[in-house]
Design a protein around this ligand. Structure first.
Ligand code: FES
Ligand code: FES
Length: 164
């Protein structure tokens, strides 16, 4: 067992885990942060996406020990981060997915929403093609993607409305 020091959702946590465990395994099986989903476990589906220093990364492909020193955000940290930044309620991405009915089974949603949040933080007014590109690593087997794209576009429209 290795003792890792990880910064997750704003907290500094010490956690003991086998040296070969991925960040996804540490999150799910030691820290109980099961919002990050274990789908393919080999980098294909995007269900395990977390933010590493604000960038979407596949936590099934990152060794837990290599995540030390970075700021990790999981889906569990999205709403608290929004509240800390002075927002109200859920993160606008979560709210938009809810309003647009952009989910069915929900398995892909944590990764999908974190990829969308990373995109909007970097580019508040993405085009449909840029949204498609940013979400291209997140597979959904239920929705057909239309409502997901609409949800992200509705965040953009809401943000533009707020700025006026
Ligand atoms: S579980 Fe990581 S990409 Fe599928
Ligand atoms: S809602 Fe089921 S996989 Fe996306």
């Amino acid at each position: 067992m290795h003792v890792l020091t990880l910064r997750i959702n704003g907290d500094c946590l010490k956690v003991a885990a086998p040296a070969h465990w991925t960040l996804l395994e540490v999150l799910r099986y030691e820290l109980g942060l099961t919002g990050s989903k274990q789908g393919c476990d080999k980098g294909d589906c995007g269900a395990c996406t977390v933010l590493v220093d604000g960038k979407p990364r596949l936590s099934c492909l990152v060794l837990g020990s290599l995540a030390e020193g970075y700021e990790i955000t999981t889906i569990e940290g999205l709403m608290p981060a929004h509240l800390c930044a002075g927002g109200e309620g859920a993160d606008p991405v979560q709210d938009a997915f809810d309003r647009c009915g952009a989910l069915q089974c929900g398995f892909c949603q944590p990764g999908m929403m974190l990829s969308a949040r990373a995109l909007l933080n970097e580019n508040p007014s993405p085009t449909r093609s840029e949204i498609n590109q940013a979400l291209s690593g997140n597979l959904c087997r239920c929705t057909g993607y239309t409502q997901i794209l609409q949800a992200v576009e509705s965040c953009v429209a809401d943000a533009v409305g707020e700025d006026r």
